[in-house]
Design a protein around this ligand. Structure first.
Ligand code: LCS
Length: 406
């Protein structure tokens, strides 16, 4: 069934993909009352009434559910919701963000080719492009994509994919998505973006001409810190290719339970995201005026080198802030050790404020020279601003920064 169209993101987040269902009550025909929440079908396999039904589900996948690695109603409700939020034709939910990224790349590069990618990316995404794919004969050219000429210059006749994050993890660099999509279309190249940091509340890349959108659901989409999952959004053709090929065969499929937990999280995404943005703007401003802070990167600050692009391209600047302390590595360590409310933890998009030190955690596998070249320096501290009262977060950061070198 096609997704209904709604005017606003909150209505979409709550209602898209969901249908009132009575089928679960078939066993109790004498009772009324329809479950308000989407049901969870926590089963691995499905049974059929007869051999013909079973055989036809193998031939025509849309006619039935066979096995949860091939599809499951709870997964499908989530997929419809995410497709609606991103404005895509179809979506797939996956076992992790990396499951989404690897399944999408394996599909787009199924007959080889070359990739042009941004030079700062989430580390495991960098690892796929820098270590895993070259072993299969697929090379990546990493460029500073804040300047689109660098992308254009890196394109080769065999380039199949332009791979982007915007904002990037952890430096919050942006790419002009509309202009980049136009370049890619001229060369018949598939554009893929990891939209985890922005969420569909802030930017919908498909509306700007990007072909495929990826998510780590683990972060803002679920928002509850209880799920590891991912998603791929694109046109029906691409999604069917991923589903029937790399996703099914390599098996990075979401569990019905994680799909269901995500269905509990997404309805509050627009509300949560606007509070993340509001808190982050206040905290970025606080950090920027603090004497112990060397610099702050936040797309909402005028000091962000691409603030004008952020205003044009994003609807809300997100909950992620990156900063560098004047005292370098030891100041970063002192800060994270002194924090009482904010948690020292990787991941992001949680309701709690999380603080991490990329050089020793998320980006520790990226070679030092690459980290230095791309700006992931030793003194960098990354904040995922949560939904606590902003005064409490600021008070915690203020006591953590006290007496650090200014
Ligand atoms: N994309 C981005 C932008 C991410 O930040 C992450 C994980 C992933 C993809 C992978 O998603 P996963 O497979 O974990 O669901 N980012 C992390 C981070 O910054 N700290 O810990 C994980």
């Amino acid at each position: 069934m096609e997704n209904k169209k709604y005017k606003g993101k909150s209505t979409e987040a709550i209602h898209a993909g969901e249908q009132k269902t009575e089928s679960i009550l078939d066993e109790f025909p004498e009772k009324t009352g329809i479950p308000l929440l989407p049901p969870i079908y926590q089963n691995s396999t499905f049974q059929f009434n007869n051999a013909e039904e079973c055989a036809s589900a193998f031939v025509d996948e849309d006619s039935g559910y066979v096995y949860t690695r091939w599809g499951n109603p709870t997964q499908e409700i989530l997929e419809k919701k995410i497709a609606a939020l991103e404005g895509g034709e179809a979506a797939l939910a996956t076992a992790s963000g990396m499951g989404a990224i690897s399944s999408a790349l394996l599909t787009a590069l199924s007959d080889g080719g070359h990739v042009v990618a941004m030079e700062t990316l989430y580390s495991a995404s960098f690892n796929i492009l820098n270590d895993e794919l070259p072993r299969m004969g697929v090379e990546t050219t990493f460029v500073d994509a804040t300047n689109l000429t660098n992308i254009e210059n890196a394109i080769r006749p065999e380039t199949k994919v332009i791979y982007l994050e915007s904002p990037t993890n952890p430096l919050l660099k942006l790419v002009d998505l509309k202009a980049c999509a136009e370049i890619a279309k001229k060369h018949n190249i598939t554009t893929i973006i990891d939209n985890t940091f922005a969420t569909p509340c802030s930017q919908q890349p498909i509306s700007l001409g990007i072909d495929v959108v990826l998510h780590s659901i683990t972060k803002y989409l679920s928002g509850n810190g209880a799920v590891v999952a991912g998603a791929i959004v694109g046109d029906k053709d691409f999604i069917v290719r991923v589903k029937q090929g790399s996703l099914r065969n390599f098996g990075a499929v979401i569990s019905p339970f994680n799909a269901w937990l995500t269905l509990l999280g997404i309805p509050t995404l627009p509300l949560r995201f606007s509070r993340h943005c509001e808190n982050a703007m206040k905290i970025a401003t606080f950090l920027e005026t603090h004497p112990s802070v060397e610099w702050v990167r936040y797309p909402g600050l005028e000091s962000h080198p691409q603030h004008e692009l952020a205003k044009r391209q994003m609807n809300g600047f997100g909950g992620m802030i990156t900063s560098s302390l004047k005292g370098g590595l030891s100041a970063g360590e002192t800060l994270v050790n002194k924090l009482q409310l904010c948690s020292l933890a990787v991941s992001l998009g949680d309701v709690r404020t999380l603080v991490c030190h990329p050089a020793s955690t998320t980006h520790s596998h990226v070679p030092t020279e690459v980290r230095q070249k791309t700006g992931v320096t030793d003194g960098l501290v990354r904040f995922s601003i949560g939904l606590e009262d902003v005064e409490d977060i600021i008070a915690d950061l203020d006591q953590g920064l006290e007496n650090l070198p200014a």
